[in-house]
Ligand binder design. Structure first.
Ligand code: HAM
Length: 438
């Protein structure tokens, strides 16, 4: 027989038990934060009609689709690269019948045919938190507070993770004031988005092609590249750039909402944040490791037109996506995942005598029915020393040794940390351990 070895496809991951434990730690922080903030969990299909993504996701994501047809079929599908179009489709399908605001979260896998690199894979898990039907900045702040609550629960603080916030309306008004014509606005936003990837002279050339004079160009550059504290004086920003302060009014409202939500410490202005996805309208933000070089931990913003584009009623919307890959790297680098391991049993039951096998199985069954995480050895040895070291390796707090004492209807309970032991009636084992955390 010829054998072949296989590897997982490039950019995908195998989750062994230790990896799965890490994934569950992250996912449960996400789920807890969502529920705490009043969001309800949803899911959608992992593939959709291709058109759903070509309508309004933006070029970069469309070029990264895994698209396919079923054998013999003519319809084009794509594995979901993001969740927002599915969510907008689901809201649109219910028309006006959903109670507003809609507050939903999802933790699906996504697929992007990107070149795999640190922080970027072809399959990743992404937490989505979205709030629809409320166009106040307080909704933007509530969504963001939900994301930060999970980040905080995982051990990151504002000195480690920063939310870089911008407002597309404010930036659009500022660019118009600097001389960018309405028709060139998409190109101007695209340029802002790519500012860190272009050499300064190319950035300058492209900016002047947008119709900016030397002063406008300098102001554009300053707007794009300077990060400012959330408390920055907007009047000062206006005089510094020559943009009328009214242009920055949406930022003032947003700042108030972020302060009221108690998350101002995490946030700073970065008007260079545009977000590649084509559907964003107002507030946009990214969560980054402070001073780090990793890609964004999360990104999101307002997308007020998307539900309508999918045939639904006009619906304001705001949300974000947070992937598990970059977040996992940041947490691991800081030692915040060192304690994560697959669940450990409360009890390890040992057959130490010939006639002990069946009682061991009965004890195991009774413990598990009572909700106690119990394990046994599958080795045939009766060597108590070896079996106890296996029990120790399992991480169990106690061993139940079923041995000679069985003749009197008893078993020995050994505390695997302290080393003490006691003899109890076999019928008392379950009540002894009931209530131990699984
Ligand atoms: P996004 O910026 O494309 O936004 O992705 C959000 C986050 O997902 C990123 O910051 C990153 O953590 C993670 N992510 C994206 N692509 C990859 C990848 N190839 N490998 C690993 N992680 C990745 C969206 O997807 C929007 N739909 C988010 C949203 C929800 N906006 C409103 N609601």
């Amino acid at each position: 027989m010829t054998t072949r070895t296989f590897q997982a496809p490039k950019g995908t991951r195998d989750f062994y038990p230790e990896d799965m434990a890490v994934r569950r730690r992250i996912e449960s922080a996400w789920r807890n934060a969502s529920v705490l903030h009043g969001f309800e969990e949803i899911e959608g299909p992992s593939f959709e009609h291709l058109d759903l993504y070509t309508v309004k996701s933006g070029e970069s994501i469309v070029s990264e689709l895994f698209s396919f047809r079923r054998a013999g079929g003519t319809d084009d599908y794509a594995l979901r690269p993001e969740f927002t179009p599915t969510l907008a489709r689901m809201v649109a399908a219910k028309g006006g019948s959903l109670q507003r605001p809609v507050k939903w979260f999802a933790i699906p896998s996504h697929f992007r045919a990107e070149r795999p690199q640190r922080g970027r894979l072809r399959e990743f898990v992404q937490w989505n938190v979205d709030m629809l039907g409320l166009d106040e900045p307080s909704a933007d702040a509530e969504v963001l507070a939900t994301g930060l609550s999970a980040i905080d629960a995982l051990g990151l603080r504002p000195d480690v993770a920063t939310v870089r916030v911008s407002h597309r309306d404010a930036v659009g008004r500022a660019l118009a004031a600097l001389g960018v014509h309405e028709d060139s606005m998409p190109a101007a936003f695209q340029l802002l988005d790519r500012r860190d990837k272009l050499p300064p002279e190319v950035f300058g050339e492209r900016a002047s092609a947008l119709g900016l004079d030397a002063d406008g160009l300098a102001a554009f550059d300053r707007l794009a590249r300077t990060r400012r504290p959330l408390s920055a004086d907007l009047q000062e920003l206006a005089s510094e750039t020559g943009v009328p302060v009214e242009a920055f009014a949406p930022m003032a409202d947003l700042r108030d909402a972020l302060e009221d939500a108690g998350i101002a410490d995490w946030c700073e202005w970065d008007l260079g944040i545009v977000r590649g996805l084509a559907y964003y309208t107002g507030t946009v933000f990214e969560v980054h490791e402070t001073g780090g070089t990793e890609r964004a931990i999360a990104g999101g913003g307002r997308y007020d037109g998307l539900v309508e584009l999918m045939g639904g009623p006009p619906t304001s919307a705001v949300g974000f996506g947070m992937g598990d890959v970059v977040l996992g790297l940041v947490l691991r680098d800081r030692g915040l995942l060192d304690d994560v391991a697959p669940p450990k049993p409360a009890v390890f039951v040992i057959a130490a005598a010939e006639e002990a096998d069946r009682p061991v199985d009965r004890i195991l069954g009774a413990l598990r029915s009572a909700g106690v995480h119990a394990r046994r050895s599958y080795r045939s040895t009766r060597n108590v020393g070896k079996l106890l070291s296996e029990a120790g390796r399992s991480g169990a707090a106690h061993a139940v040794i079923v041995g000679r004492e069985l003749a009197e209807g008893n078993v020995v309970i050994k505390d695997l940390q302290g080393g003490t032991q006691e003899t109890i009636a076999i019928d008392d084992v379950v009540s002894r351990f009931r209530g131990e955390a699984p």
